[in-house]
Ligand binder design. Structure first.
Ligand SMILES: [Zn+2]
Length: 377
């Protein structure tokens, strides 16, 4: 370790999360008469490798382990409908599928509930000040799960439930979400669409997944109007475009909103190396975005910041992105970086392009025209 941590970072992990079995389905390379079946994108490997790199790097022993809280139906009911919960729980012990791309193995319902329990336990530790911040490295992911349906490999809306739990039981009055997974955070959006006590911000590749979701015009409904901020970025966006969107939209919105807790549905699939996105972020980008959110969390809410793991599908590079984020959260330096980092830094179009700047400016113009919300002028 080049620099030991100065922050206490909670870490939720359990080997059982890796036993959520998605085999038998093959994502966009689903088996057909003409292509050999391959592994599901949402397989354990990238996440297990994050955990293992944390150990090998020496950072793991400086993180504070947090055990998942056992949950019951009332926790799921914070955001999900009873009919949806019943549909999922009927697959306990037998498996099935949430939708055609979201299969469940025989243990997956228990594991999905434990992912929720991990997010709740981490939120509790952050809100009570037992840790400065926390990372939940769990499976299955959650940010595509809406109140009454799941999709995109997601079963229960982990981050949304954690936020709702903080509002309901932990004294938070306002919770903000900053979802930087390359795919739109439709689940988190839907769970709070009419609720001004949650500010849901999603940076994502424009009209990528789910299709026809994540438009800037989707600003919330009723008293929640203005409290859903979609930032659909153009394919090929690199660090410059993301940081510009942070500077112009994300950070001003957070400062105006003054949340009691910031939750990041943290996907690493906006990375330049990821097979399920067409963006260009590198390790340093994730370090910078994490740092920016830590700073605004220091300003607004005593540094309370929680990240729940979402996407990130390249088994060779995702671990370094996870390490970069957790090093930053804990204010440590291991001195370890991806062997690809030097070459990735030299790739073209990483800086903010003029057309990207105009695009982000136009998104901000629209958001400022909304009657309510943190960016209303
Ligand atoms: Zn994703």
């Amino acid at each position: 370790m080049k620099k030991l941590p100065t922050k206490k970072t909670g870490f939720v992990w359990h080997e059982i999360y890796m036993w959520h079995d998605t085999s038998g389905f093959c994502g966009s390379s689903r088996s057909s008469d003409f292509i050999q079946a391959s592994e599901h994108y949402e397989n354990p490997e990238p996440k297990r490798r994050i955990r293992n790199l944390l150990e090998v790097s020496g950072l793991l022993e400086h993180l504070t382990p947090i055990a998942a809280k056992p949950i019951d139906k009332s926790d799921l009911l914070l955001v999900h409908t009873e009919a949806y919960i019943d549909k999922i729980q009927a697959m306990r012990g037998v498996g099935g599928e949430v939708d055609e791309e979201t299969p469940l193995g025989i243990a997956s319902v228990d594991i999905a509930e434990k992912a929720v329990g991990g997010a709740i336990a981490a939120t509790t530790a952050v809100m009570k000040g037992e840790v400065n911040n926390a990372y939940v490295l769990s499976r299955p992911p959650g940010h595509h799960a809406e109140p009454d349906f799941g999709t995109g490999f997601c079963v229960f809306s982990n981050a949304a439930i954690a936020g709702a739990y903080a509002l309901q039981y932990l004294g938070a009055k306002r919770v903000a979400f900053v979802d930087w997974d390359v795919h739109h955070g439709n689940g988190t959006e839907a769970c709070f669409y009419d609720n001004p006590n949650a500010l849901t911000i999603s940076l994502h590749q424009a009209n990528w997944f789910p299709q026809d979701r994540g438009a800037v015009e989707d600003v919330g409904r009723g008293s929640g109007e203005g409290y859903n901020i979609n930032i659909p970025l153009l394919p090929g966006s690199g660090e410059g475009a993301y940081l510009y969107a942070f500077e112009r939209i994300v950070l001003p919105a957070l400062r105006a909103y003054q949340p009691d807790l910031i939750i990041v549905p943290c996907g690493f699939d906006a990375s330049i190396e990821d097979p399920l996105g067409r963006m260009m972020l590198i390790e340093d980008s994730y370090r910078k975005m994490t740092r920016l959110l830590m700073d605004v969390a220091d300003e607004c809410c005593r540094g309370r910041l929680l990240m729940t793991h979402e996407g990130g599908y390249n088994p060779n590079t995702t671990p370094f992105l996870g390490l970069a984020v957790m090093e930053t959260l804990s204010d440590a330096q291991t001195g370890i970086c991806s062997p690809n980092l030097a070459s990735d830094k030299k790739r073209g179009y990483q800086a903010l392009q003029d057309y990207q700047k105009k695009h982000v400016d136009s998104l901000l113009d629209y958001l400022q025209s909304v009657d309510n919300g943190p960016l209303a002028t």
